[in-house]
Design a binder for this molecule. Structure first.
Ligand code: NBG
Length: 855
């Protein structure tokens, strides 16, 4: 193969790109600060310190600098009387924070030098930091990118969530089978957080509601929960970078916001009498029960107890957050009536949607605000982001559970729904001129109701969030328009103008500057350092896309990262891959709609094709997969197993050696993503059209110069528009075609009959070619696919394979490939989360930056 670079080049130096030569006095000062932390806070001498001790000492020293900015930011926000943004999210997938903070403060170089003087290698030491996995995937990572961009733009904001003791499970794979182990990010403490024992709020569950009539005849309601636990705040500062062009190092990281995470505490830590009687376990029963609320991210919800715990989590963090922000608002501005002028609350998906009813309760029952006024404030304050249209992911809660756990909230929801349906009825009447009755009117009312009556009575949280918000946004153009046409078609007609689009974005500081310092340096050397502060300036790279010298340098940077990834692959799974082969990457949650199965089937087809024509010149490929399946998602776990089974056969077959390898890297997380993304050549974004709300991995990969093979789904469409259709490989049915096909015929027989390669691949999988010890292991999987190809795997197969051939042809033409790669990096500046956040701030929150200068 004829690549412009060779495999034996040295790995590029991974020093950061954004700083001038290290200032000796700065690094000496950092050395002293770190030494002081090591001695007086960690309690170790340099001689006895472990690498983890050095990490903690460094984090604490950096934290001091963050704190100064944090206090300044709080003061600035307070003094300016600025509006605050509250981002309520059950997930914040923040990953490691040291490089984020150091990079945003412009401190990587002096600290690297400071540590080196003590014989500590910063890039090795950073591995000591646990990867905070307080989220499942894209939704949680988006929240983390948003927090960083809000700080960068100087928008005063609080992220509110739960301080899970155990984040997303650790994935190990044994004989192809995923196993879940508890994750333990807090076991060595968390140097970034501050426990605020004094910031604690009661959160109730269960009990009764009492009504009292006042002297004026008005009724007041009071909730008397049967159980109350305490939500205790833990704060982490989130420091931004700089969005000001030409910022000097000392001007970096001017603003820091707060991520406030709640931890549950039992009101009664233990029953001492029981304990002294010898019932040591029973004495703790309340504590174990209540504190389960903040124990794990996404508790399994197949059991009733699991469902109840999840609902408790949602109410717990929504209630504590609302109490906290109301207290802050009243303290500063004197009255809850002005809340909407000074606070914007963003609901990240429906998980915090119970907050709509809780804010009504707090305003009406606790602060004595009149109902209609309270409802006006609520709608003006809340906005809601929808992240999925998949019916199984749209949250609903059984009415009996809600009535038992949150009796007052259920009353409020009934009242809100009653008034809402009156409005719907009135508009139906208005349209027809007469009282609307009959099946069509009934259907509209049923669809618009917050209570779904179809399978037992359930509360639709999406409807509640929609009703209680002035803005409802989707996360890509396609997703937003499908939202208008499908799940929220009725509500959109009733409340027109509320739905809007805010296409997702990613923070380039983490996903390019820090994850890929070598490429970043090449970019700044070529088009200037303005790109570090203004992602849009990446378009200047277009002028260099056809330059052979630049292409070679670009390819060389990427090869270095591929060599590094090859080492990780060898270390973790013992597979040796050739770094000059095409790295074909699919990294994301394992889900049927994301169609890892389609990718594996293409591997099987390619395997067959290579064996059929062994002398043809095949493009060497390494297919790299990583991702976790939800613990209870049987079919997704089977896809993981199939990937391993196929890998086992292909990787050990000498007849395809050097041409095809399959790798599954276990325990995908933010840190692993930071290693894989800069090394990817081909980015697989192959979801069934209409099903991926946006995707954000697609943006990260394109930014780092990978070419996308993808469907016209989610943000892929906008990526195509920005990088140009010549620089992306699009295949498959459109969302409309998928919907039409689903209405017509979901069986796959005609697709199989029309495509011999598909027939052969399915037959091989079905007959046990990849599972010889258990030949029928995939029998049911294939049989089901033939009967019901819900995700259009067979239907899109031929088109996918055809585009994969175009990919291979392009790879064989290095100038064309690298031109397209550069055009990807150059074209995706728009996908910076700074742009996304500026849109939220301007169009939804009406919040301003408190920093001087352009932002
Ligand atoms: C996910 C979507 C992704 C999207 C992220 C962030 C959920 C419920 N949704 O396509 O599947 O990129 O949200 O918006 O996790």
């Amino acid at each position: 193969m004829d690549l412009p670079v060779s495999a034996d080049l040295p790995a590029p130096d991974l020093a950061p790109a954004d700083l001038a030569p290290v200032d000796q006095s700065a690094s000496d000062a950092w050395r002293a600060r770190i030494a002081a932390k090591l001695t007086y806070q960690v309690g170790k001498t340099p001689a006895s310190a472990s690498e983890r001790d050095w990490f903690v000492a460094t984090a604490l020293a950096v934290r001091d600098t963050v704190l100064d900015r944090w206090f300044d930011s709080t003061r600035r926000t307070y003094e300016s009387g600025a509006k605050r943004v509250y981002y309520l999210s059950l997930e914040f997938l923040i990953g490691r924070l040291l490089f984020d903070a150091m990079g945003n403060l412009g401190l990587i170089d002096p600290i690297r030098a400071a540590l080196a003087a003590d014989g500590v290698d910063l890039d090795r030491m950073k591995e000591q930091e646990p990867d905070a996995a307080l989220g499942n995937g894209g939704l949680g990572r988006l929240a983390a990118c948003f927090m960083e961009s809000m700080a960068t733009l100087g928008i005063p904001a609080y992220g509110y969530g739960i301080r899970y003791e155990h984040g997303l499970f650790r994935q190990i794979v044994v004989d192809g089978v995923q196993q879940e182990l508890p994750e333990d990010w807090l076991s060595f403490g968390n140097p970034w957080e501050f426990e605020r024992a004094e910031v604690a709020y009661p959160v109730g569950f269960g009990g009764t509601v009492t009504v009292q009539q006042g002297p004026d005849g008005a009724l007041t309601y009071a909730w008397n929960p049967s159980e109350t636990l305490s939500a205790v705040a833990y704060d982490m500062p989130v420091v931004g970078g700089s969005a000001v062009a030409g910022a000097k190092p000392q001007e970096e990281g001017q603003h820091a916001n707060t991520l406030r995470l709640w931890s549950a505490r039992a009101a009664t830590p233990m029953y001492l009498d029981d304990f002294n009687r010898g019932d040591h376990v029973g004495a703790m029963r309340d504590r174990v029960r209540t504190e389960a609320v903040s124990r794990v991210l996404y508790p399994g919800d197949e059991s009733d107890a699991g469902q109840e715990l999840r609902l408790r989590q949602e109410f717990f963090f929504a209630s504590a957050s609302l109490q906290d922000l109301l207290r802050r608002h009243v303290e500063q501005f004197g009255s809850v009536l002005t809340l909407a002028d000074k606070a914007a609350i963003q609901l990240n998906d429906t998980h915090p949607a119970i907050g709509v009813a809780e804010l009504m309760r707090l305003l009406v029952d606790v602060h004595g605000v009149e109902w209609a006024e309270a409802w006006r404030i609520t709608i003006a304050t809340f906005s809601y982001t929808n992240h999925t249209l998949l019916p199984e992911a749209l949250e609903t809660w059984a009415v009996p559970l809600m009535e038992r756990l949150l009796p007052r909230h259920m009353q409020i929801i009934y009242l809100l729904n009653g008034r809402h349906l009156e409005g719907v009825r009135a508009s139906l009447n208005g349209a027809s001129g007469a009282a609307a009755t009959g099946p069509a009117a009934d259907a509209t009312l049923r669809a618009a109701s917050v209570i779904d009556e179809r399978h037992g009575r359930r509360v639709r949280m999406g409807h509640l969030a929609f009703m209680g918000s002035h803005s409802i946004n989707g996360v890509s153009a396609l997703h937003t328009s499908l939202m208008q046409q499908t799940v929220f078609a009725d509500l959109n007609a009733i409340y027109p103008g509320r739905i809007n689009n805010k296409t997702n974005g990613i923070t380039f500081r983490r996903w390019l500057h820090r994850a890929n310092p070598g490429l970043t340096r090449l970019i700044t050397d070529t088009v200037g350092s303005r790109v570090l502060h203004d992602a849009g300036a990446l378009v200047d790279l277009r002028a260099h896309a056809a330059d052979p010298g630049f292409q070679a340098a670009f390819a060389r940077e990427r090869l270095g990262r591929k060599q590094a990834l090859a080492r990780i692959i060898a270390d973790r799974v013992g597979i040796h891959v050739d770094p000059t082969a095409m790295f074909d990457v699919q990294i994301k949650r394992i889900h049927l709609y994301k169609r890892q199965l389609l990718n594996v089937m293409q591997a099987v087809a390619l395997y067959d094709a290579i064996r059929a024509e062994p002398t043809r010149e095949w493009v060497p490929r390494v297919k790299i997969f990583a991702g976790k399946a939800a613990p209870g998602y049987r079919l997704a776990k089977q896809v993981i197993r199939l990937t391993h089974d196929v890998a086992q056969v292909i990787n050990n077959d000498p007849s395809v050696a050097g041409r095809l390898k399959i790798v599954f890297l276990p325990n995908y997380n933010v840190s692993l993503a930071e290693q894989i993304i800069p090394a990817a050549d081909l980015s697989e974004q192959i979801s069934t059209a209409g099903m991926e709300a946006s995707g954000t991995g697609n943006m990260k990969l394109a930014l780092n110069g990978a070419l996308t093979i993808g469907t016209l789904d989610g943000a892929n469409i906008e990526i195509r528009d920005h990088v140009g259709p010549a620089n992306i490989f699009i295949f498959g049915m459109t969302a409309d075609q998928v919907a039409a096909r689903a209405r017509r015929d979901l069986t796959a027989y005609s697709d199989v009959a029309a495509c011999p390669a598909l027939a052969q691949a399915l037959q091989a999988i079905r007959s046990g070619v990849f599972s010889s010890t258990e030949p029928d292991r995939y029998e049911a999987l294939v049989a089901d696919l033939l009967e019901r190809d819900t995700f259009m795997v067979a239907a899109d197969f031929a088109s996918y394979v055809e585009q994969q051939e175009v990919v291979a042809r392009t790879w064989r033409d290095p100038p064309a490939w690298w031109h397209a790669a550069v055009m990807n990096t150059a074209g995706v500046g728009w996908f910076s989360s700074d742009r996304t956040i500026a849109e939220y701030a301007g169009e939804i929150w009406h919040a301003r930056s408190v920093l001087a200068g352009p932002a």
